[in-house]
Ligand binder design. Structure first.
Ligand SMILES: *[C@@H]1O[C@H](CO)[C@@H](O)[C@H](O)[C@H]1NC(C)=O
Length: 516
């Protein structure tokens, strides 16, 4: 159990006793504390002051060189205090020359002219030999007046003649000398130690009026942005500073947090340069009393390449004729950029090899035009991919694909599958039966590819021809029918020249030989 003992300085000048708590049974020579320091004595004063402990039993000694209070005998708590829960030992300290100390605590707000009684020195002599005068060591803050008690004895009074400022000088050291009227006169001196008590007379002060910082917009949430710092010259609770936002909007409150104790500003949400590129935040610092200070935080957000460029089709035709002229435009493209500076510069390109090219019209518009022959019969549709890439680091890109359908034009003629057909027919054939079939192909679409057939020439007389054969068309083929039975003696062979045609072309087939 700690063992408390108490020291009080001779002369009752200590406003409060000095207390030390130590465990019992400490070894001899153990350090209890530095008495010189705790009494406010300079080490230089020690040799002349002969600091010592006065008591019947010497439990402690004082090192006269450095003022250390040391254990000098066995301390047995039970022996000294029995079963009492608190064990307090009182000792008196003796310091010589000057043998008296006054400790005074004066608020730094004490008004000029305030007075403080000092205890009178006692002089057992009477008459002229008794105390006559008090003198104070010269000091810019204090002067001395002498007052008389009712019994005629004199006592000194300290007068504050200039304001105190703890932040400038927290202690004052005065020497009071009392001189008697004897011959020779005798004097004694007393040290007056004045502790200036702090008052909250200093406002907090920010280290900067304006704190400026730049951060990238992709700063992770709960990152430290900066720290504001205000200091206050006062001490104790008077300099306990708290920080708070002042006059800020909802956006700031959602994005930033200020630690009221440390002044650290951290991010709460995600910053977005494109939404807002700077913030100005007011911060108030308040000390333990009612003093405040203000500063501003300026946060500049720099752009990071976080937005891929965008493409929109300002106009787009999904169809183009296969015979479209070179340079025919079929799509208008607009690019959009959200990032600024280089990050917002965009290059549009076509991906892959196409009979198309992209032409830049303005900074952010492009046209897609044909740049080669189109042939629907070869490639009926294209998926054209346009890529927009910005110049950021790393570059971001965006692609868009449009499907372009090639429209048919009648640019193909029907082609007979055989240049000539030789058909043998037995005589006495059944009238009305088909005797030959020809076929063609035309790669064009729909009506453009629809073929019709006709007979354009024959070695038979036209009248004869019409009595012997007729033609019919089914799909892509033409069928020749015999109208009547052939007679080999009369007609052993004849030649037909057929023509196939689509809407835009005529092509002859020659000959289709039909024999009886
Ligand atoms: C174009 O894209 C569409 C949709 O993805 C697909 O169905 C079609 O086959 C593609 N055409 C070509 C020629 O690649």
């Amino acid at each position: 159990m700690p063992f408390l003992f108490l020291l009080s300085l001779l002369g009752q000048a200590l406003s409060e006793p000095i207390r030390y708590a130590i465990p019992e049974e400490l070894d001899r020579g153990s350090l209890v504390g530095n008495l010189a320091k705790d009494l406010g004595l300079g080490v230089g004063d020690l040799p002349t002051r002969n600091l010592r402990v006065s008591a019947e039993k010497k439990f402690f000694t004082v090192n006269t060189e450095n003022g250390d209070l040391l254990v000098s005998d066995r301390i047995d708590r039970e022996q000294i205090c029995g079963k009492k829960s608190a064990c307090v030992l009182e000792f008196e300290m003796v310091a010589e020359k000057p043998f008296n100390f006054f400790h005074l605590e004066i608020s730094e707000l004490a008004l000029t002219g305030a007075t403080f009684d000092l205890e009178s020195a006692q002089d057992p002599d009477v008459g002229v030999n008794s105390l006559q005068q008090y003198y104070l060591s010269p000091n810019p803050h204090f002067s001395l007046t002498q007052k008389e008690n009712l019994d005629g004895s004199r006592y000194p009074e300290l007068v504050l003649k200039a304001p105190l400022d703890r932040e400038k000088q927290p202690h004052h050291h005065l020497v009071l000398t009392a001189v008697d009227g004897g011959e020779p006169s005798r004097s004694c001196a007393t040290q007056i130690r004045i502790i200036v008590r702090d008052a909250n007379d200093n406002p907090p002060v920010f280290t900067q009026d304006m704190y400026r910082v730049s951060v990238g917009e992709n700063l992770p949430t709960v990152s430290l942005v900066l720290r504001v710092l205000a200091t206050d010259l006062d001490e104790g609770s008077n300099d306990a500073i708290t920080y708070a936002f002042i006059n800020i909007g909802k956006a700031v409150r959602q994005l930033f947090k200020l630690d009221s104790k440390t002044g650290e500003l951290t991010t709460l949400g995600e910053l977005d340069f494109e939404e807002r590129d700077s913030f100005t935040i007011g911060v108030e610092a308040k000390d333990g009393g009612h003093h405040t200070a203000y500063c501003k935080i300026q946060i500049d957000i720099w752009d990071e390449n976080d937005n891929a460029p965008e493409i929109t089709m300002a106009s787009e035709s999904q169809h183009i004729q296969e015979d479209a002229e070179l340079g025919t435009a079929f799509a208008l493209i607009k690019t959009h950029y959200l990032d600024s500076g280089f990050n917002g510069e965009i290059l549009c390109q076509l991906k892959g090899k196409f009979p198309f090219k992209i032409i830049q019209d303005t900074k952010n518009t492009y046209t897609l035009v044909t740049d080669g022959a189109l042939d629907r019969e070869q490639i009926p549709e294209y998926n054209v991919t346009i890529t927009a890439t910005d110049k950021g680091n790393p570059p971001l890109s965006f692609s868009k694909t449009i499907t372009l359908h090639i429209l048919d034009v009648n640019d193909n003629v029907p082609v007979f599958h055989q240049a000539s057909y030789v058909v043998r027919v037995a005589e006495n054939n059944l009238p009305g039966a088909s005797i030959a079939q020809v076929s063609t192909s035309d790669p064009d679409l729909g009506p453009n590819g629809q073929v019709s057939y006709s007979t354009v020439a024959s070695d038979l007389e036209p009248r004869e021809l019409s009595s012997y054969v007729s033609m019919s068309i089914s799909a892509q083929s033409g069928v020749v029918f015999a109208k009547r039975a052939f007679d080999h003696e009369r007609l052993s062979a004849f030649k037909l020249t057929l023509q196939a045609g689509d809407q835009g072309s005529q092509r002859q087939c020659e000959p289709a030989r039909v024999g009886g």
